[in-house]
Design a protein around this ligand. Structure first.
Ligand SMILES: *Cc1c(COP(=O)(O)O)cnc(C)c1O
Length: 368
């Protein structure tokens, strides 16, 4: 039985007719950039994410970059980021000229360890950028307390955690301003690149409207050096079709993870994902850890089971960040995760028997 890492078969079946209708509506509207589809999706997403404002942008990286710019973060500033994250969280900080300052994760949740943030705060620190990695909410209680105590902004990277909660409050609604991605493979994904900024702050909202559209509120009058980072009408129309499925799809992800937890329990060689008290996990990824990661991945690949590594190289060891001067050993937990993590297949439509096959093959590998 071939089991892909990711499949769009079921979600595409669910949305195809509605999406074709939506695309036809876009064509007939004859208004292709920043029209009603974007406006309506922004309003629907604000309701979903329990914020006052959403600004649709071109992708998740831009969402974070423009959020930081709206807060006027710039060269000479420092922004605290997790050492264990996707590169986009760090790139967004670099684009502003500010310096990313890494904080190690909690080795159980893989999210930024709030107890290690304060020791990294300096006079230059302007913001904390927590990332709800793999779909688990960060410990936002402690993070918000630290931010308040030190007068720092918070920008959540919610690209992997649509619909997750900490202490009953949805991620993407804690920070002063937050970025998310609707890249096709994310929990809420478009049929191409797309992203969004969420905030309760009207001033930041207004700034972002301008930043995403050439630094202009009024056509041909430019207040700031802005960008072209608009959410596409077609992608907004697709996202409007998909958003109502989110509750169902999120529950399905949680169910698949529960099947994995059950099927893999008691295997001494692997570490299963753990969720912090008060946090919820929407399983953008189901990641295990094992010292035999590369061999296990090879074995599963031979059996027709797709897996991926999120992520093989932590940001501080990327060639692109040579200039920061870090070496191997500087962030040992992030490095350990990079060396041992493996993401198992998880997609909408995955059946219990498919999960059982993956678990069975993992067991066969370790029992051999
Ligand atoms: C996907 C992702 C992004 C960037 O999103 P894009 O839409 O690909 O630009 C940022 N942060 C994290 C954690 C992501 O997973």
């Amino acid at each position: 039985m071939n089991i892909p890492f990711l499949s769009f078969d079921k979600t595409n079946d669910q949305i195809k007719t509605l999406t074709l209708e939506a695309i036809e509506r876009c064509i007939d509207s004859k208004w292709y950039v920043l029209g009603n589809e974007v406006k309506e999706f922004e309003s629907l997403y604000s309701t979903y994410n329990k914020v006052k404002f959403t600004i649709g942008v071109a992708n998740g990286l831009d969402a974070l970059h423009l959020s930081l710019l709206a807060l006027e973060i710039k060269e000479g500033d420092e922004v605290i980021v997790p050492s264990n994250t996707y590169i986009a969280s760090v790139l967004a900080v670099s684009y502003t000229g500010a310096t990313p300052v890494f904080v190690e994760p909690d080795i159980n949740t893989y999210n930024i360890d709030p107890d290690k943030i304060e020791e990294k705060i300096t006079a230059k620190t302007k913001a904390i950028l927590p990332v709800h990695l793999y779909g688990q909410a960060c410990e936002m209680g402690k993070i918000m307390d630290i931010a308040q105590k030190h007068n720092l902004f918070v920008i959540e990277d919610n690209a992997q955690a649509h619909g997750a909660e900490f202490d009953g409050k949805i991620t993407g609604s804690f920070g002063n301003i937050n970025g998310t991605s609707f890249y096709p493979g994310k929990n809420l994904g478009a049929l191409g690149d797309a992203g969004g900024i969420t905030t309760d702050n009207e001033q930041l909202y207004t700034k972002c409207l301008s930043l995403r559209n050439y630094g202009s509120h009024k056509k041909y009058y430019n207040e700031v050096i802005g960008y072209n980072s608009r959410l596409d009408e077609l992608q907004a129309a697709v996202l409007k079709v998909k958003l109502p499925f989110m509750a169902e799809w999120t529950n399905e992800r949680i169910q698949i993870a529960a099947w994995y937890n059950e099927g893999l329990q008691g295997l001494a060689e692997i570490v299963l994902p753990a969720t912090a008290p008060k946090a919820s996990h929407v399983y953008h990824l189901y990641t295990i850890r094992t010292e035999k990661r590369d061999l296990l991945q090879q074995y599963l690949n031979q059996k027709g089971i797709g897996t991926l590594i999120h992520y093989p190289v932590p940001p501080h060891l990327q060639e692109a960040y040579k200039n920061l001067g870090y070496e191997e050993g500087d962030f040992p937990l992030a490095e350990k995760i990079a060396q041992t993590t493996l993401s198992l297949p998880l997609f909408i439509g995955m059946t219990q028997s498919q999960v059982e096959v993956v678990c069975q093959e993992i067991k066969s590998y370790f029992n051999a």
